[in-house]
Write a protein that binds this ligand. Structure first.
Ligand SMILES: Nc1ncnc2c1ncn2[C@@H]1O[C@H](COP(=O)(O)OP(=O)(O)OP(=O)(O)O)[C@@H](O)[C@H]1O
Length: 260
């Protein structure tokens, strides 16, 4: 079947429109302008330049929501999957959703390892291109007379893990059922404390979606399947090594998995 692909000026264009031209379909490419999710973070089949990859888009949407709400910053996401399955496309969708002043920089291995420039220089230039500064100014004016000064002393020292969850949850205004706290504790022991703490915010998004006030065990289990901890990521990459490095993709691409 004949296929005509019209490319634009942008580097990343997607096949989102299909029109009939006599007997041949014509695919036109549209720019990626977001993740194509609805207000409940459910992926629309084809939207904002993306199609399919529902699981990965939804997971990316959850992280995006947390970034937009100022809950996480300065973190790294690793997208793993066979070539051309949309890892860059989803990252682009996330950046676009964050607004026009959020830089999106693509670097390629050949660029970094080019002979004309040192690796450090190539990476430094990429970092410079990726810096976006947003200045927000806020002033709070308090009028009145000081009648008493109270000093709050912060708690110091190491907490047992379950106690850390309590503190963290209070800070983030998240309530966990006692069963969920137990499950989270055992997840932390099996993975890392950092991974378990990251799951709290994701689980809260899932809980909110079902209009629940408390994060339950099911919410945690669900986000546990969406995001891999380090050990599972490494294991997955090992299993996929042959496919990722040497083999051609046969048929449809696999869903892209992520580590948070
Ligand atoms: N889900 C999708 N919806 C629309 N277009 C997609 C989707 N996935 C991939 N594409 C398009 O397919 C092409 C290849 O995708 P992309 O570069 O994102 O893949 P990748 O996983 O980053 O590949 P690589 O591992 O080779 O870097 C791009 O033009 C991209 O826009």
């Amino acid at each position: 079947m004949a296929m005509k692909i019209t490319t634009g000026t942008s580097e990343l264009r997607d096949i989102t429109k299909m029109e009939r031209d006599g007997h041949h379909p014509i695919y036109t490419l549209e720019p990626i302008i977001g993740l194509g999710l609805d207000e409940r973070l459910e992926p629309r089949e084809t939207s904002q330049g993306l199609v399919g990859q529902a699981k990965a888009r939804k997971a990316a949407g959850m992280i995006l929501k947390m970034v937009q709400e100022g809950r996480i910053a300065g973190r790294t996401m690793l997208f793993a999957g066979p070539p051309s399955t949309g890892k860059t496309a989803i990252a682009m969708g996330m950046a676009q959703s964050l607004g026009p002043d959020v830089p999106f920089t693509i670097i390629t291995a050949s660029e970094v390892f080019s002979l004309s420039m040192s690796k450090t220089e190539a990476l430094t230039q990429a970092f410079r291109r990726s810096i976006g500064v947003r200045i927000k100014e806020e002033s709070e004016i308090i009028e009145g007379e000081v009648v008493e000064i109270q000093i709050d002393r912060s708690m110091t020292g190491l907490y047992p893990k379950s106690l850390t969850f309590v503190c963290r949850c209070q800070e983030e205004d998240v309530r966990l059922t006692p069963e969920a706290t137990d499950v989270l504790t055992s997840m932390a022991l099996q993975t890392t404390l950092r991974y378990a703490l990251n799951l709290i915010s994701c689980a809260q998004v899932v809980a909110k979606k079902r209009k629940a006030e408390e994060v339950d065990v099911e919410d945690l289990r669900r986000v546990y399947t969406y995001f891999m901890d380090e050990e599972r990521s490494v294991q997955w990459l090992k299993e996929q090594q042959g496919v990722l490095m040497f083999d051609e993709m046969d048929g449809e691409g696999m869903d892209t998995d992520m580590a948070a």
